[in-house]
Design a protein around this ligand. Structure first.
Ligand SMILES: [Fe+2]
Ligand SMILES: [Fe+2]
Length: 250
């Protein structure tokens, strides 16, 4: 458990070591404000069991979880959705285009009513009176994809954008050294450089101190974040690097 922010009753906690076996490393973030908590991208069943016990270090009871945010439809995000919604009376949020898909993960009729669809343009979510912004990031990487911004902590929970794999640290020290761990995922899982340029232009309107992805290391500080933006603006990925036979150019 790592605390990313703690001020004025607002906390941001991350759990980044609950994935086991062949599971892709994934990070679960929890935002706490006063007596209410919000869980982001909880992941699969084995993570569910581990997270339930670890969460006791952060909140007194899982009943404090009032909101669950699903950035997109992947299994490392939603596979345990039913269990979480049965366990809590939390409101859940999921991109509108994935609502009818989530039932394939066993989300029962009783709990499907707990899910609010996030419209394509995004929406605000209120946690204990504080506003959080669900910001659109479609095709980065999922076709219906949102990130969550907390004006209180200035953290952008960026989902799969910013994901890194293979490093042995929790916080990026040198962005240039970190590129090697970002590159593979961003080139293959992010749809297009055109969209990255649009995203950077849009996200620059937000005052961000920390980018907290769902996989890998945290990018902290304006200097590192600016270097990430510049790297993204110049990145060729996805369709940019495919040939006419839809094969990735080496
Ligand atoms: Fe994903
Ligand atoms: Fe992911």
């Amino acid at each position: 458990m790592i605390e990313l922010f703690n001020n004025n009753g607002h906390r941001s906690i991350m759990f980044n070591n609950l994935s086991v076996g062949n599971m892709i490393q994934s990070t679960q973030h929890v935002i706490i404000d006063g007596d209410e908590a919000m869980l982001l991208d909880p992941g699969g069943h084995k993570v569910y069991a581990a997270l339930i016990s670890k969460m006791a270090d952060a909140i007194s009871s899982v009943s404090k979880i009032k909101h669950i945010f699903f950035s997109h439809q992947d299994p490392d995000i939603v596979a345990s959705a039913n269990a979480w919604m049965m366990m809590t009376d939390a409101k859940a949020y999921l991109p509108e285009i994935w609502i009818r898909f989530i039932s394939h993960f066993g989300v029962d009729d009783i709990v499907i009513k707990q899910i609010t669809p996030i419209p394509d343009k995004g929406m605000d979510i209120t946690l204990n009176g504080k506003t959080l912004n669900a910001v659109p990031a479609h095709f980065l990487h999922s076709a219906g994809n949102f990130q969550l911004y907390s004006p209180e902590s200035k953290i952008l929970y960026s989902g799969d954008l910013g994901a890194s794999f293979g490093q042995n640290y929790d916080f990026v020290e040198s962005f240039d050294d970190h590129i090697q761990y970002l590159e593979g995922f961003h080139k293959r899982y992010i749809a297009s450089g055109v969209l990255l340029k649009k995203w950077v232009k849009m996200i620059r309107k937000y005052d961000i101190e920390i980018i907290a992805p769902q996989h890998g290391a945290i990018m902290k500080g304006k200097d590192t974040i600016e270097k990430y933006y510049t790297w993204l603006e110049n990145l060729e990925c996805g369709m940019d690097i495919m040939d006419d036979d839809l094969v990735f150019k080496s």
